[in-house]
Design a protein around this ligand. Structure first.
Ligand SMILES: [Zn+2]
Length: 264
């Protein structure tokens, strides 16, 4: 069956720093990227893999980088490219930036490992409160890093505290709730209202376990994501299409759930 597809989790960098970004990613994660980390390469792969829309997620590793990153992020937004903007909890201008994101973006990306904050740090709660009030989706990197992490700043257990405290905050817990922490995901996040994306999830557990986790979560709360260009989207699309779950659920994961979340 042919589905429309939205990829909720991709990355791209401005042309002039793409080569440096590529070198960084490849050395930190010890991988070879599937493509150049640029918007042009992303669109080329979207065409090749019949993906209608991709969401580019941008991370600011320091508070003073947020504004300039988002100036670029807003400029790439189009019919087929949606944007989860850079945002930093230690940015003293966070409220201004949140207003710009509300007007010109589609959501926020937070990376607790690279941004050095714990998701359940109560000092950040006023920020969550405002994001919740604005109705802006926020995608968190969750769980371990591909490179291995000493401290996990975004465990399923700590994410659950945020979910309970902010029931209307549109949280997307990347990597199906927590990379390599799926037993804990099962205990703390499965069946809650939290969105989970599928980036770096397929192939990391036996197929039966993946099927079970997907079928036990709310069918409206699972989003297809790939982390392109870390991988070619083709691999994960192929996996999902052949997974033994209903056609209706596949359609929701690949398209409808993200369409509703992004209000397209
Ligand atoms: Zn990512």
């Amino acid at each position: 069956m042919n589905y429309k597809i939205i990829d909720i989790h991709t990355h791209a960098w401005p042309l002039k720093i793409a080569q440096k970004a590529r070198e960084n990613l490849e050395s930190v994660f010890k991988i070879t990227l599937a493509a150049e980390p640029t918007v042009d390469a992303l669109i080329g792969f979207m065409d090749k893999n019949s993906i209608d829309i991709s969401v580019v997620c941008s991370v600011a590793t320091a508070p003073n980088k947020v504004k300039s990153i988002n100036d670029w992020v807003f400029s790439i937004r189009s019919e087929r490219i949606k944007v989860f903007c850079a945002f930093h909890p230690y940015d003293e201008n966070w409220l201004n930036e949140l207003q710009r994101i509300k007007e010109k973006g589609d959501g926020i990306k937070l990376q607790p490992e690279f941004q050095n904050f714990y998701v359940d740090d109560e000092k950040i709660y006023p920020i969550y409160e405002k994001i919740e009030e604005y109705g802006i989706p926020v995608l968190f990197h969750c769980g371990h890093e591909l490179s291995g992490t000493m401290v996990v700043h975004s465990s399923p257990r700590s994410m659950r505290k945020v979910v309970d405290k902010f029931p209307h905050l549109k949280i997307i817990a990347a990597h199906f709730g927590g990379f390599r922490l799926w037993d804990e995901v099962e205990k703390f996040l499965l069946g809650t209202d939290v969105y989970m994306d599928t980036a770096f999830f397929f192939g990391y557990l036996p197929d039966e376990k993946i099927k079970k986790l997907i079928e036990f979560h709310s069918p409206d709360r699972i989003l297809f994501g790939t982390d392109f260009p870390l991988i070619d989207q083709k691999k994960d699309i192929g996996f999902l299409k052949t997974l033994d779950i209903s056609e209706n659920l596949k359609e929701k994961i690949l398209y409808s759930n993200a369409k509703n979340l992004l209000r397209l």
